[in-house]
Structure formats: C-alpha cells, structure tokens
Design a protein around this ligand. Structure first.
Ligand SMILES: Cc1cc2nc3c(=O)[nH]c(=O)nc-3n(C[C@H](O)[C@H](O)[C@H](O)COP(=O)(O)O)c2cc1C
Length: 333
C-alpha cells in the first residue's frame, strides 16, 4: 500500500493539488542531529527549473511536524510535510473525460470509481517523491560512512542530454533516461537469501517511484550475453574485494562488500504537448488531446536525488536489521 520498510518504516501521503504532500518515518533512531538546512541540497537537486523540467515552482520548504526536538530525532515518528501552493487545477478538469495516454488517469478512475483526486495526477504525481527525498536526507545520515552517488548516463538514448532535450522540446514531445546509482563503503552481509534479497527489496522500493520502468544490477541484462569466465568477479582479498563488479555488489541476495551498483530506466513523460489521438471515455469516440498542464519534458533530470533517497532508505532499514545503526547517539555526540 503506502507504507514500506520493516523497522525504518515510511508512510507516504498527499496529492499533487491537495493541501500538501509528505512522509512519516517510524523506527528512526533517536539522537540523530537534523535541521531544516540539512534538507536544502537534495530538495534543490530535485527542484524544477532546468530546461526540460516543469515550469511549476513550489517553495518546497519542509515542515517537521513531529519526531525532532532540539535539532535531534527523538525516536518518535518523524513527520515531514510540504505544502502545495503553485497549483493550476483547471488544467486537469478535462482528464475525467479524456484520460492521458500512458498516465494513471484512466486506471485510477476505474479502480477508485471516480472518487480519486485527478488534479495534477493526484496521489500518482511525481510531486510525492519530495517526501522520499526528505526521508532520504535522514537515511543518508544514518548510513554514513556509506555514500550514495548517481549520474545520468543517457537521455532519450543520447549521451548529450542537452541535444536530446532540445529536440524533444522542439517537437512538443518528451524523453526518458538511464541513471546509474552507486553506493560506496558498503558493509558486508546486508540482505537475506530469497524474498529479502537486496535486489528484491531495492527493486520493490525503486519501482514505487512513478515513471520507473526498469532496473538492472551490475552487468544486468548484458550478463545474458557474457560467458561465465567473463562475468565471474574474481576475489582479490579476504575482505571480499573483487577485480570486477559484474554482480553489482550482491551475491546470493547479500551485499558482498563491493560497491552496490544498479541502473534504472525512466520512461518519457506521458503528458506531452504534441496532439495525440485518444479515447473520450464519455462519448466512446476517439478524439484529439492537447495537454495544457505544466509538465517535465524529461523526468529523469529530476530523478537522481529520488533514486539516491530510495536507496538510502532501503539500506537504512537493512542496516538497522543487521544491528549496524544501533548506536546513533554515541556516533553523533
Ligand atoms: C520527479 C517526477 C516528476 C514527474 N513529472 C511528471 C510530469 O510533469 N508529467 C507527467 O505526466 N508525469 C510526470 N511524472 C510521472 C508520473 O507521476 C507517472 O508517469 C504516473 O504516475 C504514472 O505512473 P507510471 O509511469 O509509473 O506508470 C513524474 C514523476 C516523477 C518521479
């Protein structure tokens, strides 16, 4: 549903054009130093403004409603809210009749019998990922010295993202992208065989992010074309270091002490300005759709801090389960 995690457990809430969005984190250890300023970097990295992102501008100021006192976590649930102010709901009034191809409008109408908040994609909106980013700021602090880095590998199939975005804007179309994520200084032994393998838990979290359509660990799909003699990562030290990392830092579902490496595929934004043929669900006839709202031409541009947050959240939960984050207070005093 809308909760994730075993001990470091998140509940995500809100709608794109409702009063606000946010996150509740249960199981956050007490004593972690945290201030509003800590959220600024990652929130700014997720913010729109760059060419190819939505003109919708929000203040994105976190309001900590619970769980932090005297600039430290208290051990009570941490609730962080972000108000919505820059909404233009009239842009979405037609979508009840003519749902956007590729978006969740039609399926939400069917599943919730028309009661869903359709404005700006409602609960399906990428706006909700700001709550994940906020939880990620806390998680990143908890997992130190593990550090998570991302980089955009390609946009619309091109290494040169600017060119791909220019072309998409010119054609009133959209583009997707591929992002690589790497966690360094990884501890040995996180995860369990079978259902709680690190790949399983991370994929569960990553696919919760709207617009993600693929994930591959290490060599991923390319492994199918490799020989065992190429793909086998050879041990070069008793602490588990290997001379290559085609397994992406995981063997048997368990972290092996090498960098955790995976790539995600982000789809092209479904809301495009180009005229599209689609169904009017009231008349039952095909019709033209021209989307008015403000949209990202390329969602992948805003995705890196979201992927980092999702990864940090999963690692936090796994590290707490492994007893590696029990001593926050001592560590930070
Ligand atoms: C940061 C972010 C920004 C997004 N911006 C848009 C947008 O401007 N327009 C849009 O149609 N979808 C946008 N999306 C994607 C939709 O939320 C998503 O496509 C929709 O909920 C359907 O889910 P699915 O693509 O996973 O099937 C965004 C997603 C994220 C994570």
């Amino acid at each position: 549903m809308n909760s994730f995690g075993k001990i470091f457990r998140l509940s995500i809430f809100g709608e794109s054009h409702g009063p606000g969005v946010g996150i509740i984190i249960d199981g956050c250890p007490a004593g972690l130093p945290i201030t509003i300023a800590d959220f600024a970097d990652d929130i700014n990295r997720r913010r729109s403004g760059a060419k190819g992102t939505t003109p919708r501008k929000e203040t994105d100021l976190p309001a900590i409603m619970s769980g932090v006192f005297n600039n430290h976590t208290t051990g009570a649930p941490v609730m962080i809210m972000f108000g919505n102010s820059n909404t233009r709901s009239r842009d979405y009034s037609g979508l009840k009749e003519i749902p956007r191809p590729g978006h969740a409008d039609f399926i939400a109408m069917k599943k919730y019998g028309g009661y869903q908040d359709y404005r700006g994609g409602g609960h399906f909106s990428g706006r909700l990922t700001i709550g994940l980013v906020a939880a990620g700021v806390i998680a990143k602090k908890l997992i130190a010295p593990v550090i998570i880095e991302t980089h955009i590998m390609e946009i619309g199939g091109h290494k040169n993202s600017k060119v791909a975005i220019e072309k998409a804007l010119e054609k009133k179309d959209s583009v997707g992208g591929i992002i690589e994520c790497r966690a360094v200084n990884m501890p040995f032994g996180l995860g369990e065989p079978f259902f709680d393998s690190v790949e399983s838990v991370l994929s569960h979290m990553i696919f919760s992010i709207p617009a993600i359509k693929g994930i591959e660990f290490g060599a991923g799909f390319a492994a199918a074309k490799m020989k065992g003699s190429e793909h086998n990562d050879k041990l070069i030290s008793v602490n588990g270091k290997t001379d290559s990392n085609y397994s992406g830092g995981i063997n048997g579902g368990i972290t092996n002490g090498n960098d955790l490496v995976f790539k995600v595929a982000v789809k092209p934004t479904s809301s495009i300005q180009m005229k599209q043929r689609t169904l009017n669900t009231v008349t039952g006839k095909m019709t033209n759709l021209e989307i008015d709202g403000r949209h990202d031409t390329c969602i992948a541009l805003r995705m890196p801090p979201v992927i980092e947050a999702a990864t940090a959240i999963v690692l936090t939960d796994l590290m707490i389960q492994a007893g590696l984050i029990a001593r926050v207070r001592k560590k930070h005093r």
